[in-house]
Write a protein of this length. Structure first.
Length: 307
């Protein structure tokens, strides 16, 4: 009988040898996934020298120890081939939500949570109780669904160009609406190009906040991580030019039309793009343009007020 410690240690060694950045964390998370427990329970079992049979008894899943172990080894093998952890588990945490993800949709990142927080803070500061919000380049729905669930009374229009990605948006809308029924009528998804003038043009000049995490990776800077390069959709990654600013600039131009005077744009960008995009926003009628750092202290997103 193997202990949980031995199970995780063996899997961690395999993942480390494959170049995975966080091998022990990933192994523990996969163990938690297959046994139906949280990470703290896995940590405790490792510390106490518990056997995997004990973890199986604690778990919420009823498939049994043997089935869980078989699934665990299959998952570790997939992860060792650098398939994203979130594709293997089928979901990704984002703020207070747990979103379904998989092939065809961009995996939401922790730093994008700051885009949502900026919008929530702005709404709170201004005492707005029925905010009209647009989420351009919606992907999994992470930004818009977080906002509409965290700010009661808000209404969100989400735009996504990829039909494949939008299938995940719909899944996440349906799942989130089970817990927050009111959002079913306050979240609207449109399949369209977020950079084009006709998209949501009926809302021009009426929107309080535009929140967006557009494609911005420079074409001259292809990601080295296989999890990103080989699995995140190109349509969601690359900003359309060598420096990656072509699409973000078009998003700024579209946001300038959507926002009412005094409205706010919050846009994520590459760490190399803050100065150029700030200058572009100023040229499009924005003021109070500021670049903000992410959790690692790197310039990651911009806020700008529509004059």
């Amino acid at each position: 009988m193997a202990t949980v410690f031995e199970l995780v240690r063996s899997a961690s060694a395999m993942l480390r040898a494959s170049g995975v950045d966080t091998p022990e964390h990933d192994a523990k998370l996969l163990a938690a996934e297959v046994f139906g427990v949280d990470l703290q329970t896995v940590d405790k079992a490792m510390l106490m020298g518990s056997e995997t049979s004990e973890l199986a008894k604690q778990g919420a899943k009823q498939s049994g120890e043997d089935a869980a172990l078989k699934r665990f080894h299959t998952m570790v093998d997939r992860r060792s081939k650098r398939e994203p952890l979130q594709h293997i588990t089928g979901h990704a945490p984002f703020r207070y939500l747990d979103l379904k993800v998989g092939p065809g949709v961009f995996i939401p990142r922790q730093e994008t949570e700051l885009v949502v927080q900026e919008g929530v803070d702005w709404i709170t500061k201004h005492g707005m109780y029925s905010a009209k919000v647009v989420d351009l380049c919606a992907g999994s729905g992470a930004i818009g669904l977080s906002f509409v669930t965290e700010v009661p009374g808000s209404e969100v229009w989400a735009v996504e160009k990829s039909e494949q990605a939008a299938q995940w948006t719909r899944v996440n809308l349906n799942e989130t609406a089970k817990k927050y029924p009111s959002i079913a009528s306050n979240y609207h998804l449109e399949i369209a190009d977020a950079t084009q003038t006709p998209t949501l043009n009926q809302l021009d000049g009426t929107i309080d906040i535009v929140l967006t995490n557009p494609p911005y990776v420079p074409l001259a800077d292809i990601p080295q991580q296989p999890e990103v390069r080989d699995y995140d959709p190109d349509l969601a990654l690359y900003g359309g030019s060598a420096d990656g600013t072509l699409i973000p600039e078009r998003i700024i131009a579209r946001a300038a039309k959507l926002l009412k005077n005094g409205g706010l744009l919050v846009m994520e960008h590459d760490i190399t793009q803050g100065e150029r995009l700030s200058a572009f926003a100023l040229s499009y009628g924005f003021s109070n343009v500021m670049v903000h750092n992410d959790y690692t202290g790197r310039p990651r997103y911009m806020t700008a007020k529509k004059q």
